[in-house]
Design a protein around this ligand. Sequence first.
Ligand code: DX5
Ligand code: ZN
Length: 228
Amino acid sequence: MSVLVSPSLLSANFLELGREIEMINRSEADWLHLDVMDGVFVPNISFGFPVLEAVSKVCNKPLDVHFMIVHPEFYIHQTARTGAMMMSVHYETCIHLHRVIQEIHAAGMKAGVTLNPSTPVSVLEDIIRDVDMVMLMSVNPGFGGQKFIENTIRKVQRLRRMITESGSNALIEVDGGVQQETAPRLVQAGTDVLVSGSYIFKAADPLAAIHGLKALGNSFAQSNCKTT
Ligand code: DX5
Ligand code: ZN
């Protein structure tokens, strides 16, 4: 079992963004997670396309873009032009989710759908085979550094069952409050991708924090070998 790590730039030092990206480039991170907020869907505003475009020029990791905005469908082509690998939209913002997923694919990106903590995974039953990733919010979206919501563990387990039973290839990503104590439990429950912001960027040694999260995949692979 391997786990992918997607550091969330929201907790980076914005005065030193170039250096932060260099650190990510040197690290074992698999992707870079970028949080776009509009102050409408979530009670905060982060950054938009000028930052995405600048980051994409210097970052050598695939960009995992998380839109916390109303009408994300207005920005599919602009996102594709930044070279983003993954565009994730919130279920709660898309009345015509199936159409949005198709348009993201047509623009050449992988399509992710994100659920707020209060949105049950069952709403995805009829779309699960069409998406490349489901992102479960383990905090209420809008801010870094919040406390992990425990119910997320059961949600990951339920989503894992739904994915297996439907024959979907969707990855499970978890976003919010991911750190040394919550990450092992999330991986054990079936999480494929760990997003982590403050735990990585506020660490004394961010490279070691990323290494620690990556190593979780290996340690579970080993413990599974021993038991089988
Ligand atoms: C919150 C964002 C997260 C945030 C996570 O709405 O979607 O990606 O950066 O931050 P931490 O890991 O500090 O909870
Ligand atoms: Zn995010």
